[in-house]
Design a protein around this ligand. Structure first.
Ligand code: HEC
Ligand code: HEC
Length: 279
């Protein structure tokens, strides 16, 4: 496909539309989720308000996230609870042996990716879980964004629902954050489109049949009706970069770790809502 044809296929159909809806997200009738918030100071001049992707989905899709019995993502959370309680590796230990109930992890998802002083790196939640598997359990690490890893991330997310995303972007995390920001504003691929071209300048509009959101990650992992499974943040990034007809980075790569930190920081103030439901 030539660049010109690709441009037509993708960019021409961006159609203006009404933006985010005014619905409110309450889960199981009592857990209120903050899905719109004042943008963090670092977004000055870019966004005034940050909005969860939930507001850009159809009423039917939105409803699936409002009750854990209807949310297909919760099946995978149950699988992760089994895994949480299963002893593995040379140490024959389970997550529960050291960490107690999953609820002990409330608030953790909200601050990841996070700087780890000892390792001298910014870690995503999956990297931290793998560190526990390798170095504390003597077990094999999970492949990045593999089902077991995503399910565990969904469990850790589920116990943080309703707590505000608050990733640190200063101090030792600042370099990684800057790198992520640079990637966010770089135009990739034959279409020469950056994340910002779609998710900052065109959210609320339609591209093909898709209602563009701000591309927030507070709802991850997301259960997508399209592929009927939980999807990881890096896999979503990969799909978006590929849609610009560009070579893409791999899940777990330093580039996507940096991008995750940056995109997560654009959602500071929104509540954790994963596992969410999207189309
Ligand atoms: C032998 C004990 C042990 C086992 C087993 C273990 N962990 Fe850990 N885990 C720790 C310790 C100790 C820390 C704190 C390490 C640090 O801060 O660097 C930690 C940290 C974490 C954190 C980060 C918490 C935070 O506040 O940042 C997460 C998430 C986590 N573990 C998840 C898991 C999961 C999921 C499993 C099972 C797959 C697991 N751990 C198994 C000992 C363990
Ligand atoms: C050509 C336009 C386009 C570009 C460029 C693009 N995306 Fe997307 N992205 C989409 C569409 C369409 C969707 C699905 C609808 C939605 O949630 O916006 C999506 C969804 C997402 C989601 C899921 C949001 C949710 O609530 O589930 C994230 C996260 C995301 N994009 C991040 C990115 C990042 C980071 C980049 C840059 C590497 C990027 N996107 C580049 C079009 C784009």
């Amino acid at each position: 496909m030539t660049a010109a044809v690709a441009m037509l296929a993708l960019t021409a159909p961006i159609v203006s539309a009404g933006g985010a809806d005014d619905d409110t997200l309450t889960i199981n009738g009592d857990l209120e989720i903050t899905t719109k918030a004042e943008a963090a100071p670092h977004l000055d001049g870019h966004l005034d308000e940050v909005i969860s992707g939930w507001h850009f989905r159809s009423d039917e899709t939105q409803a699936l996230e409002m009750d854990d019995f209807d949310n297909p993502g919760m099946i995978f959370v149950d699988q992760a609870i089994d895994s949480w309680n299963t002893a593995e590796g040379s140490e024959d230990k389970s997550c529960a042996d050291c960490h107690g109930d999953p609820e002990e992890m409330a608030g953790v998802k909200a601050v990841y990716p996070k700087w780890n002083e000892e390792a001298g790196e910014v870690r995503t939640l999956q990297m931290q879980v793998n560190d526990c598997r390798e170095n504390r359990m003597g077990a094999e690490p999970w492949k990045y964004d593999a089902a077991a890893a995503i399910n565990m991330e969904a469990l850790l997310s589920s116990v943080s629902r309703g707590l505000p995303v608050n990733v640190a972007i200063d101090g030792p995390a600042a370099d990684t954050w800057e790198k992520g920001k640079e990637i966010y504003y770089t135009r990739y691929g034959l279409l020469e489109l950056s994340c910002a071209n779609c998710h900052e300048q065109n959210y609320g509009n339609y591209i093909r049949a898709d209602h563009l959101s701000q591309g927030q990650v507070n709802g991850f992992p997301t259960y997508r009706l399209k592929n009927a499974k939980l999807n990881g943040i890096h896999s979503r990034f990969k799909g978006c970069v590929r849609d610009t007809r560009a070579e893409t980075f791999s899940p777990g790569s330093p580039e996507f770790v940096a991008l995750e930190l940056y995109v997560a920081s654009r959602g500071n103030g929104l509540d954790v809502e994963g596992p969410s439901v999207r189309n």
